[in-house]
Every structure is written in C-alpha cells, then in structure tokens.
Design a protein around this ligand. Structure first.
Ligand SMILES: Cc1ncc(COP(=O)(O)O)c(C=O)c1O
Length: 392
C-alpha cells in the first residue's frame, strides 16, 4: 500500500540503535542511568488527581464535552492574570491535547505548501514535524553558543524574514536550557511587526528557572497579542504529562482558525481532565515552586559535578535540561552517547537529533534525584571516557 506522501517527509527514528542497545544491556542486568527523556519523576499534586477522580465518578462526565467548559477557560484566564499579569479573554483561549498535538494542528490550520516557517536549530522535534506535515518548509535560525543560545531575529536574512509566515520560539529552551533576556520578547515583537510574521511561543518551562524568576509569558510584551499566540502546557509545571493538557492563547483569529480545524476532528477534552486542569490552575502553587528548587539542585549536581571530574558543562539557566558540549576528543554526539552508555551506563540524547546546530552536544534531562546523578557521574569518571578518543 502507498501511504501518504506526508509521512515520507518525516525522517527515521535516529536513536533506534541507542534504544535497542539500552534494552539489551538491561537484559544483561546492567543498570542504566537514564537521563535521555524529559518525563518528570515528580508526582502529580494530590488536589489535581482528586479533581480528576471526583469528576470521573460522575456519569455525566463521560459524555462528549464538545467544547471547553467556561470554568476551564476562566481558570486559564485567571491564572494568566495572576501569574503573568496578562489579560486574556476566554474567547482567545482553546484547549489542546498537549502542546505536541497543538503544534501539529496549528501548523495544519495555518500553513500550506510553499509557506516558510522559521524554527530554532536545535529545536524540540515536533516543531519540525508539524511544519513538514503541513507541507510548509522549515527555515532555521541558530540557537548557538555565539548567540548565548538565544534567538537573534535581527540576523535572520532579509529575504527569509520577508517570506516567513510564522516563527516558532520557545524559552526556556529545550534542549539548550537558555532563558529569555529582558529585551528578547521586545525585539521579537518589533521584528514580527516589521516583517508581518506570526510568532508562536511555546511556554512549557516558565516555572523552571534557575537564576531568578519566576518566568514569564511572551504575551505580556506590549503588542504581543497582535502578532502572536502562546502554547501553555501544564505537563511539566504540574507533572501531568500523561493527561495531555495544554492551551493555545493569544491572537483571536489564529485561535479561531486552529479551533475550526480541531472541531472537525475532535469532540473536546474529557471533562475530568478539564476539571483537573482547573484544579491545577486555581490551586496552590507551592509544589511548583518547590519543584523548581529541586530541579535547580539536580542542575547543580550534574553541571557542577561534571566540572569537578573534568567535563566542562556550563550551568543550564532553565528548563529541565542540560546542554553539554562533548568532551574533548569527541565530535559526533551519536557516537559519544553510545560510548557513554556502553562504558559508563549513562544514557543521554545526541544533540544532532535536535538539528544540525545540535551536533557537538548532548542533552541530559534532569529526571534523576541528586544521589543518582552523583552515582552516574562517578560511573563516568571511573570509565575514563573523558580522557579517551572517539573510536578508541
Ligand atoms: C519545548 C517543549 N514544548 C512542549 C513539550 C510538550 O508539552 P505537552 O506535554 O503539552 O505536549 C515539551 C516536552 O518535553 C517541550 O520540551
């Protein structure tokens, strides 16, 4: 059977080999320190789980929800007002089954073949997949060391800026761990206005900032609501990754367009999940703040600990990730990841899987407690990999 050409635009799973090797080492009884995937190990706060189970006990909750409940939209609007000082009306908000799904459908609702979408390189993979599935072409702006791992929109070539329909930005950034500076969003809004480009900001990590915070929202910048939208995922702040809760907010015609597409193929978010979302947003935020502090301690254990054993990993500034340059002697992130797992039982993600500018780096997810991170680093030190050469 000939499947859709759309599928041909998606690349192959580049780390299938890493995963297979991990499984075979585990079958041999090897303990692998797995820091490759950004699935938090913290638990979902009790009041959020309770809201979901209480709602699930009500037979009425099992009907089609058809649309977002007013209480859900008000909870999001209230949260944006309190937490980010951003005023957003309920008709400028819609739910998505996670930002992952939301990005895919947003691209389909807004883009056609021949359109150009600017993406960060390296980037969170669904940005590229969403653009490719919509038929549009990605163009890249670098998140590299020379630019402090931040978008520098003024350096985007004039011709690319003129033809771009949309730019996706996400700070704090996965995988590079950079955070927005004072002028980042101002410059982005000015640039977007000048070139008439829609800004799509993915705000997945505003609660995980390591050097002063709390983080903000792109929509707070004056004029942002006219040029852009923001995805607001509850996944990481509230540890609800499996429940698939995110919202799209901002420029109304854009939200309306995405809603128009989704209502053709979906009947709305399961009511107990909407209740859980509202409970998270209306409830206490101590766990969110404590968790940021715990991520910070893990960041210190990993980056500081690595530097002590001779691996110069700079401190990540936010997100739940650490972006580590390859140790001297290595140039290929895939080869290094394989060696690191074989020799030190530590699994991380090759930087090249996030885009060409990711080569030369690996990404660690801060998903292990400090004691485990220390053991993993001891294993790295003992393996001698930091003074070995690629292919040795
Ligand atoms: C930048 C970024 N956006 C979005 C997501 C996923 O969000 P969701 O669980 O809402 O799909 C992640 C998860 O790792 C992420 O790193």
């Amino acid at each position: 059977m000939h499947f859709s050409k759309r599928l041909d635009r998606l690349g192959d799973e580049i780390f299938a080999a890493l995963n297979e090797r991990k499984l075979s080492l585990e079958r041999e009884g090897r303990r692998i320190y797995n820091m490759s995937i950004g699935t938090p190990d913290f638990i979902t706060p009790e009041h959020i789980r309770r809201a979901l189970t209480e709602s699930a006990a009500d037979p009425e909750s099992w009907k089609y929800s058809l649309r977002d409940l007013p209480e859900t939209l008000e909870a999001v609007a209230g949260y944006y007002q309190r937490r980010y000082q951003v005023r957003v009306r309920p008709d400028q908000i819609m739910s998505c089954y996670g930002t992952q799904e939301g990005v895919g459908h947003l691209c389909m609702a807004l883009c056609d073949e021949g359109d150009t979408v600017l993406l960060p390189d390296p980037c969170y993979p669904v940005f590229k997949a969403g653009v490719l599935l919509s038929g549009a072409e990605p163009a890249w702006y670098p998140l590299d060391k020379a630019h402090g791992f931040l978008p520098c929109v003024e350096e985007i070539p004039e011709e690319t800026a003129r033809k771009a329909k949309m730019i996706i930005v996400s700070l704090p950034a996965n995988p590079v761990g950079s955070v927005a500076q004072k002028d980042t969003y101002r410059r982005l809004v000015d640039w977007a206005r000048k070139y008439q480009v829609l800004v799509v900001h993915d705000n997945a990590y505003s609660d995980i900032l390591f050097e002063g915070g709390p983080g903000g929202s792109f929509l707070k910048e004056e004029g942002a609501m006219d040029v852009g939208v923001e995805f607001f995922s509850l996944s990481k702040s509230f540890n609800v990754t499996g429940a698939r809760i995110s919202f799209l907010l901002g420029r109304k015609d854009v939200v309306d367009a995405v809603r128009k597409l989704r209502t053709q193929i979906d009947f709305g978010m399961f009511i107990p999940i909407q209740r859980a979302a509202a409970a998270a947003l209306n409830g206490p935020l101590e766990t969110v703040r404590d968790q940021c502090e715990r991520y910070r301690r893990r960041r210190d254990a990993l980056c500081g600990g690595a530097r002590r054993i001779g691996w110069n990993i700079p401190d990540s500034k936010g997100s739940m990730f650490v972006w580590a340059p390859l140790p001297e002697g290595y140039t290929h992130s895939m080869a290094f990841c394989m060696d690191l797992m074989e020799q030190a039982s530590v699994l991380c993600t090759p930087g090249v899987s996030f885009g060409p500018h990711g080569e030369g780096y690996v990404r660690f997810a801060l998903v292990l407690p400090e004691e485990e991170i220390e053991k993993a680093l001891e294993s790295v030190r003992e393996s001698g990999i930091l003074s070995r050469r690629e292919g040795d």
